[in-house]
Design a protein around this ligand. Structure first.
Ligand code: GLC
Ligand code: CA
Length: 552
């Protein structure tokens, strides 16, 4: 069966940072609605909205305290209904973030569970242990233990994979599975077109009685992924959930966030026969090369290079293994990692050629708001702007190695996720057209790229993205087969082929002039980033340049 999402081109909007319509410093739903003409102009056809449910905002909306209402900072339910309508009128599909592994500790279920140990909701969460002793040594993704003592003093502890104010739901409990399905169906009934299933690979946990083995078994918390990622029960519990959704909404896109999933798990999660997701987002594309880092202090927030050879290997493996199974997602950045123009692209030319390289492959592009302007991470000049203890620890470690606090802050600004969530820059005014108030997130803008300048400049990166997306929508780049050409680490070259037509995408990854051989008949320029020359078979690419050439 054909689905709209076979041809999805997704634009990820972090609503708090996109457009503030009432000038309180926080982006909101009406702001997003105002900017629909911009999205149409860019040429995307789907929007993924990060969470907009009621939330104490401990983790910017990923801590939900009411799934059936819109956070007042974002607007009202009426605003949401209007936004859905307006998107559809504009021919844009809308996918909402759906947080199913945990809730906020302010959620009535959790509040009830801690009020009364005999509450029916106690079993909605994971309580274990006694005498306030941690049941095991498992560590949280956000630092420290996954266990936090029950605040009302039963001696038990509750489990949280992320912040301690985000208790994990107990998916073993059929009531939980039923309740979360109800939430999903509520939103689909409102007319949204799909769900991005947040952290779904973590809903199953191993036997809680075991420690993750460490050298000296000293009970220090360790992130024990094999005990809480991709366990077989994830599939067992997600299957009825996904099946029911597909039965009621056959055209709903189920996009799973599967950060640590290998390609083989991605096959399991997306193969039609398994009745699970349509596509998954892995974080495994970007193997880093840390050989340039300083070993005398923590590597955590030191900038690293992309290991280009490993990256190419990752890409070909995902492209090839998912052929005939599902579409890979194609992306360079999201709200959990630094921006493309900060992390990978050495200059404007490379920001373009890397986009060309990624999005013309087989799969579903996901463009992170502002990426199409070449936007960079904000620069934070104070440690507390990161709101993350691990950054304080990093600074300490850097200072002990003789670095200044400022040097450490610069590094963390280039590598941490929070500076990647800066306000969209619409124009040159103070507040960049995002807000006239003080933005909820504060930091120095590293560049002045903005929409109003770029939209009118035919050589801008914005207009490059428009051309790129026009090309992406053609039959060849939607349906052509994918074939990687053998080249060394200085270039990335592949062919898309439909038999009757074909094109070669050739991108230099090098700071030097690079030559590759491609068949003579590829001479029609479809898209260009930087500069190149073609003589017979020989294609010369200027530093970081890229070109798409089709056959006569
Ligand atoms: C996902 C989100 C991330 C969030 C986490 C907990 O990984 O992308 O931003 O912190 O889940 O919900
Ligand atoms: Ca606002």
């Amino acid at each position: 069966m054909k689905h709209w999402y076979d041809h999805a081109i997704i634009y990820q909007i972090y609503p708090k940072s996109f457009q503030d319509s009432n000038n309180d410093g926080i982006g909101d739903l009406n702001g997003v609605r105002e900017r629909i003409p911009y999205l149409q102009k860019l040429g995307i056809n789907t929007v993924w909205l990060n969470p907009v449910f009621v939330s104490p905002q401990v983790d910017n909306g990923y801590d939900v305290s009411n799934y059936f209402a819109i956070d007042p900072h974002m607007g009202t339910m009426e605003d949401m209904d209007n936004l859905i309508k307006a998107f559809h009128k504009a021919g844009i599909h809308i996918v909402m973030d759906f947080v199913l592994n945990h809730t906020s500790d302010q959620h009535p279920w959790f509040q009830d569970a801690i009020k009364d140990p005999n509450s029916l909701y106690r079993d909605y969460y994971i309580f274990a242990g006694k005498n306030n002793k941690r049941p095991n040594n498992w560590g949280s993704f956000f630092g420290g233990s996954v266990w936090e003592p029950d605040p009302v003093g039963t001696g038990e502890s509750y489990f949280h994979l992320f912040d301690k104010r985000m208790p994990d739901l107990n998916w073993r409990n059929p009531e939980v599975r039923h309740s979360m399905l109800e939430v999903a169906e509520y939103w689909l009934a409102k007319g949204i077109d799909g769900l991005r299933l947040d952290a779904f690979i973590h809903i199953a946990k191993a036997d809680l009685r075991q420690n993750f083995p460490t050298e000296d078994n000293d009970n220090q918390p360790v992130v024990a992924e094999p005990f809480f990622a991709n366990l077989p029960q994830v599939q067992k519990w997600m299957r009825p959930f996904c099946e029911q959704i597909k039965q009621d909404y056959p055209d709903a896109l189920l996009l799973g966030e599967a950060a640590s999933a290998s390609v083989n798990l991605a096959v399991d999660y997306t193969a039609k026969r398994n009745h699970l997701m349509d596509s998954v987002i892995t974080f495994r594309y970007f193997t880093e090369d840390d050989s340039q880092t300083d070993p005398s202090f923590s590597k955590q927030y030191q900038p690293k290079q992309l290991d280009m050879t490993a990256f190419k290997q990752n890409q070909i493996v995902w492209q090839q293994t998912l052929t005939g199974i599902s579409q890979p997602t194609l992306y360079w950045n999201n709200h959990d990692m630094p921006r493309l123009a900060t992390r990978f692209a050495k200059n404007d030319t490379q920001a373009r050629s890397l986009a060309m390289l990624m999005y013309l492959q087989r799969g579903i592009p996901i463009i992170y708001y502002g990426e199409e302007l070449g936007l960079k991470n904000l620069e934070f000049t104070k440690a507390d702007q990161f709101k993350d203890k691990s950054v304080n620890n990093f600074i300490k470690s850097a200072e002990q190695a003789g670095k200044s606090e400022q040097e450490a802050l610069e590094m963390a600004s280039l590598t941490h996720k929070l500076p990647a969530r800066g306000p969209m820059t619409w124009n040159n005014a103070k507040g960049n057209g995002f807000t006239t108030a003080k933005p909820w997130i504060n930091g120095k803008k590293v560049d002045q790229a903005n929409v109003s300048d770029e939209i009118n400049d035919k050589n801008s990166i914005f207009n490059f993205y428009r051309e790129l997306l026009t090309l992406k929508k053609t039959n060849l780049f939607q349906n052509g087969s994918y074939y990687l050409l053998a080249t060394d680490k200085n270039s990335y070259v592949y062919e898309r082929d439909l038999g009757t037509e074909s094109a070669i995408v050739a991108v230099s990854l090098s700071a030097e002039k690079t030559k590759v051989d491609i068949p003579q008949e590829y001479v029609n320029e479809e898209l260009m980033a930087g500069e190149y020359q073609k003589k017979g078979k020989e294609l010369t690419l200027m530093p970081y340049s890229g070109v798409v050439l089709s056959r006569k």
